[in-house]
Design a protein around this ligand. Structure first.
Ligand code: ZN
Length: 221
């Protein structure tokens, strides 16, 4: 029997999943986190995820799933020899896309949740500002929720608190949750593995900074 008061957050150590962690702490009595080593070049994010979970007083499990990075080629996040796309190519996904990543992560998270009797799964995916990643879209998450329930004969609920928020609104949410400074300085979103405000020029930093500037401006008005 899954406990409706328990939630498992997929935590990468970035802005979005960290905001979701603190959102979950508001919503549920018992919160857990899971983080993945999938062959990403920058494993610092998992170290930061551990630190953030410790600060939030949330138990974290780290799973090694390097096969995700090994079975597909052409991804700049897992293959150092590939130069990162700075923007989305017109006719394909950017090479920062890791095929199947959220499918694998959420499937493994669901099995882990089942073991611990956790009903709620939380992920920081967003359709609003996404880089064209199909596994961040609402349709995928809804479909996967049905599939996971059928696969394990359970009634999991996947929560996506950021699905319809843009980056500025995600900053606002972190502020409302009282963790604006923690998210700003202790998370890692940058594709060049620089925590906090990051390198400033990779696609992830650009998106994050534009959202931050927009939010700070809106606060002054
Ligand atoms: Zn960067």
């Amino acid at each position: 029997m899954l406990d409706k008061d328990k939630a498992l957050v997929v935590l990468s150590g970035g802005q979005d999943s960290t905001t979701c962690l603190f959102w979950a702490k508001r919503q549920f009595k018992e919160v857990y986190a899971i983080s993945f080593l999938y062959g990403q070049k920058h494993q610092l994010e998992v170290e930061l995820a551990r630190k953030i979970a410790a600060k939030a007083n949330v138990p974290i499990t780290v799973r090694e799933v390097n096969f995700i990075g090994e079975i597909s080629t052409g991804c700049s996040l897992t293959d150092s020899s590939i130069e990162m796309d700075q923007e989305k190519p017109a006719d394909s996904l950017p090479n920062t896309f890791v095929p199947g990543r959220n499918l694998f992560f959420l499937s493994i998270a669901a099995v882990h949740a089942r073991e611990l009797g956790i009903k709620n799964l939380v992920t920081g995916v967003s359709q609003t500002d996404y880089s064209g990643y199909p596994d961040c879209r609402d349709a995928f998450i809804r479909s996967l929720n049905v599939t996971l329930n059928l696969a394990m004969d359970e009634q999991f609920i996947i929560h996506t608190p950021l699905m319809w928020l843009n980056k500025a609104e995600t900053w606002r949410l972190s502020d409302e949750l009282g963790v604006f400074d923690l998210v700003r300085h202790e998370t890692l979103t940058c594709y060049n593995s620089i925590p906090g405000d990051g390198c400033g020029h990779c696609p992830a930093c650009t998106l994050r900074r534009q959202g931050l500037e927009e939010y700070l401006k809106s606060k002054q008005q």
